[in-house]
Design a protein around this ligand. Sequence first.
Ligand SMILES: O=P([O-])([O-])O[C@@H]1[C@@H](O)[C@H](O)[C@@H](O)[C@H](O)[C@@H]1O
Ligand SMILES: [Mg+2]
Length: 283
Amino acid sequence: MEDPWQKAYDFAVAVARKAGAEIRKAGESEIRVMTKSSTVDLVTKTDERVEKIIIGSLKEEFGEGTHCFIGEESVAKGEPCILTDKPTWIIDPVDSTTNFVHGFPFVAVSIAFAVNKELEFGVVYSCLEDKMYKAQRGKGAFCDDEPIQVSDVKDINQSIIISEHGTDRSPEKVTKIFSTIQKNLCIPVHGLRGSGTAATNMCLVATGAVEALFEIGIHCWDIAAGAVIVKEAGGILLDVDGEPFDLMSRRMISANNETIAKRIIKEIEIFPVVRDDAPIEKK
Ligand SMILES: O=P([O-])([O-])O[C@@H]1[C@@H](O)[C@H](O)[C@@H](O)[C@H](O)[C@@H]1O
Ligand SMILES: [Mg+2]
């Protein structure tokens, strides 16, 4: 049977490529940096422009009324961040903006699509490396059209794991983040890494370059596309307390298997974050 979302998927891949070209071009000129939730939560005109290009193209192709959109910069400007049963696009135009601003060579366009709250496909275009990661539910995961697979390591002592530091620099949270990192490092694991972008980090789990990634404080647009790619590459997603993964909770561990995930979870010091779909007055 033909996939009802095939056309949307192919279109998403093309739009991600076009958006990535815009980001590469914008990186050649001077970048004016603005801030959002904190002085280290950066945004640029490129984030806003690229999001407009992506959402504009999708609206033109699929109609405004039937499809919904959750985009990082639209939400920052007050648009709702609620996942309903309607076909919904979840977009991070520039992940990570910090890397983009500093010329650190990992910047991704992340586009996911959900229907009935289930993720149907995800596209992550790592535009400075020119790598296209993509996956449709039930059809495997690919990088530049080559199938990708998570690693088969089951022994945590043989693993590399990723954790990022987020953009909340309150001392209590930073203390918990570093305590978690220290405890995981001392398991011991072979190493800790991080590309600075959650979307790309998830693709590194999917290719087997690392065994796991965890972060508290990420947003749905950072991880929605990567979630499909990790799952389709044979990996798993969980909440950081071992409960089922919840896209809107801002807490996520993705790993090659449950043994690795559960071992890391034992060391995670959880701190509270406000859900992506919380009412605006709570944010
Ligand atoms: O804001 P942005 O640069 O698109 O996305 C970033 C993520 O990819 C990164 O993993 C996380 O640590 C940051 O807090 C931020 O959410
Ligand atoms: Mg992001």
